[in-house]
Design a binder for this molecule. Structure first.
Ligand SMILES: Nc1ncnc2c1ncn2[C@@H]1O[C@H](COP(=O)(O)OP(=O)(O)OP(=O)(O)O)[C@@H](O)[C@H]1O
Length: 643
């Protein structure tokens, strides 16, 4: 079968995962729940102030002056004028909360509006608005707030204005930054092409995407603004006597710290609790709204995938000593929100020097996770290698110290990714990027490394390589960028290249050229290739052996010609028959019904059973093992040996 004849694997949409609701996710974040409890207690008490049986917060009672907490009639004691501390704290918190929230909302509204308009219209609108914002930011913000209150006169409302104004730049800058990124998105162009006007694009396309950013910024700055308002009141520029807010109570009590510490301690403690509560809830909301942070904390992937300490001892199958790369029982799971996603499970394969192994499967079948696990490139959290051995030239990569693994990456084992624009640094010329890869591993000087980079660019058929070396990634075409990716992978003459769908984004002519290039390189340098693709045509064209994956597991493996001629797993058979074959219009298309199972809720028995046209009761009875049909040939089907 040639590339033109061979069908491509249909890409099916992954099953919509049954994600837990927002409340369930928030509840898992214990710190956010603690913050919510603190905040709810404070806010409810403050809101209920008018109906609570509290004395007048401004009524003085000189005989009770500086009464200690738990004095009868004064649960939290009394201040220097005998006013009930409990009542003043509750009413004062109400004022502080109202002023802080109003200031935050006003700053968010004005700042976001400025940011959206500047980011959306750009040019002189952006210049004028952002220079005005820069002028505001040129002053230390507390000094600016003091100057504004000094100009307007002391008072709570003026403090509110001042705090709002000094926080406007904060919102304007972050919203403008995000808007700038959004206006260049294809869906905004599509809306424009669809005839939508500016207002409709702003409200329909941009604003919904900005809202999480605004809400996150608001929730994380609210506590800060309450503190700033309290600061102004503390200095006597906010709430004016007899009205109390938390800052003014603290300010009035500062001279009494030694005589009656509770008068200062209690408002200080409430400010502390309030700000902690708001910040914890703010962080929780951010985790909730940002899909990358849904696991409950800030995701900072480690330099290498975490490997379970007993990963090696759980892997039962012995490695092949003759193989260049021998992967055994590799299981890489994602632990997300209490669920275990078995992205790659019990995957075993060997790669001989100079051999090309194709990994095929629908979207989400675990091809990339398997390949990325080899170099420890699956992000942890949430990824973890829970079982397996990965032997390269006899060394188990899962046991290597990070420094040795880094030495192998891009050097002995290199990668080519699907999206070269995403993997190339936009601020470095392509020549510099290839040269840097060479210098890092070969220790060559700048000039030598650049000369070698140009040589490699020439080798991957970039016209005018010497001139093009000075180009930035965005100045090259998609096919040229992919060739730069290949040149970088070749820079250190690796033993193995892992190519993750390197031709998917390219048109057929460029795709054919890139495949030719990889074929030549294999021949010339004897480089082994692990080629991930959806396309059986590419597999038949380039690969010696193929491994078909389904729902994280290998379901069939064998020499390409044999698998294409006589597939032994119903999934492989359906993959081969479900897409058109060029030049055979009479051939009926046979799409695979249903969707792959979610890898966190895999069914019992054969994972393909629900979609299989040859299913029998026994398929669902127990886990199906890979059946070794012949040397180098296996199928995970209990009926694989049937005619
Ligand atoms: N960082 C991640 N966090 C959580 N789950 C992930 C992550 N990366 C991959 N997965 C999950 O692991 C499973 C396998 O993904 P993988 O990228 O290996 O699929 P694939 O077969 O390469 O698909 P495609 O052909 O679309 O690239 C999928 O269910 C995917 O949702």
């Amino acid at each position: 079968m040639t590339a033109a004849e061979a069908p491509a694997v249909a890409e099916t949409a992954p099953r919509p995962s049954q994600r837990p609701g927002w409340w369930a996710r928030l509840r898992r974040n214990h710190l956010a729940v603690l913050g919510l409890a603190i905040l709810a207690a404070i806010v409810l008490t403050a809101v209920a102030a008018p109906i609570l049986p509290l004395p007048d917060p401004n009524a003085t009672d000189l005989p009770a002056r500086l009464a200690a907490p738990f004095t009868p009639g004064h649960l939290l004691g009394a201040d220097q004028l005998g006013r009930d501390m409990l009542s003043r704290i509750v009413w004062g918190t109400r004022v502080s909360l109202a002023v802080g929230a109003a200031a935050a909302l006003a700053a968010a509204l004005v700042g976001s509006l400025i940011g959206i308009v500047a980011g959306f219209y750009g040019r002189w609108v952006d210049t004028v608005l952002m220079r005005a914002i820069d002028m505001l930011m040129a002053f230390p913000y507390l000094l600016l707030a003091l100057a504004i209150v000094a100009a307007l006169g002391p008072g709570l409302l003026n403090a509110l204005f001042a705090i709002s104004i000094v926080n406007v730049p904060f919102f304007a800058r972050s919203v403008r930054g995000v808007t700038l990124g959004l206006v260049r998105r294809d869906y905004v162009d599509a809306a424009r092409l669809g005839g939508q006007g500016d207002l409709s694009i702003l409200t329909g396309e941009i604003l919904p995407n900005l809202l999480p950013v605004i809400v996150i910024t608001l929730s994380t700055t609210l506590g800060w603004m309450i503190l700033e308002t309290a600061g102004l009141s503390f200095l006597g520029l906010g709430a004016q006597p007899p009205q109390a807010d938390l800052g003014s109570m603290l300010g009035e009590a500062r001279s009494l710290v030694l005589v009656a510490p509770h008068v200062a301690l209690i408002p200080g403690l409430v400010i502390l609790l309030l700000v902690i509560g708001i910040n914890l809830v703010g962080d929780g909301i951010r985790d909730l709204l940002d899909p990358r942070l849904r696991s409950g904390g800030l995701v900072r992937p480690g330099a290498a995938t975490e490997v379970a300490p007993d990963a090696g001892s759980l892997a039962g199958d012995p490695p092949d000593p003759a193989a260049l790369l021998s992967v055994r029982n590799l299981s890489t799971h994602f632990l997300l929100g209490g669920e275990r996603y078995k992205a790659a499970d019990d995957v075993s394969f060997d790669l001989a020097p100079g051999e090309c192994l194709g990994i095929v499967g629908e979207s989400g079948s675990g091809k990339s996770v398997t390949a990325l696990s080899i170099l420890g490139l699956v992000p942890t959290p949430p990824g973890r290698i829970v079982k397996g051995h990965i032997r390269y030239r006899g060394r188990d990569l899962l046991c290597l110290p990070l420094s040795e693994l880094q030495e192998l990456r891009g050097n002995r084992i290199a990668c080519i990714f699907q999206d070269p624009l995403g993997t190339l640094n936009p601020l470095m010329t392509v020549g510099e990027q290839i040269a840097e890869t060479i210098r890092r591993h070969q220790g060559k000087g700048r000039a030598d490394a650049m000369a070698r980079a140009i040589e490699l660019m020439d080798r991957v058929r970039i016209p005018d390589a010497a001139g093009r070396a000075a180009s930035y990634p965005h100045e090259l075409s998609g096919g040229q960028r992919q060739r730069i990716g290949i040149a970088m992978a070749l820079a250190n003459d690796p033993d193995i290249i892992i190519a993750d769908e390197p031709t998917t984004a390219l048109d057929v002519t460029i795709q054919a050229e890139v495949l030719d290039l990889l074929r030549d390189l294999r021949r010339e340098r004897d480089t082994a290739l692990l080629f991930i693709t959806h396309d059986f045509g590419v597999v038949s064209d380039l690969c010696d052996r193929v491994m078909v994956m389904y729902a994280g597991r290998v379901v069939e493996t064998g020499p390409v010609a044999e698998v294409l001629r006589d597939p032994r797993h119903p999934y492989t058979r359906r993959l081969l028959s479900c897409v058109p074959v060029l030049g055979r219009p009479e051939r009926a298309l046979d799409a695979i019904p249903g969707l792959p199972p979610a890898v966190n809720r895999l069914p019992r028995g054969c994972h393909f059973a629900d979609r299989c046209d040859r299913v029998i009761d026994r398929c669902r009875a127990a886990d199906v093992e890979l059946d070794p049909l012949a040397p180098g040939r296996a199928s995970r089907c209990i009926r694989a040996r049937e005619a």
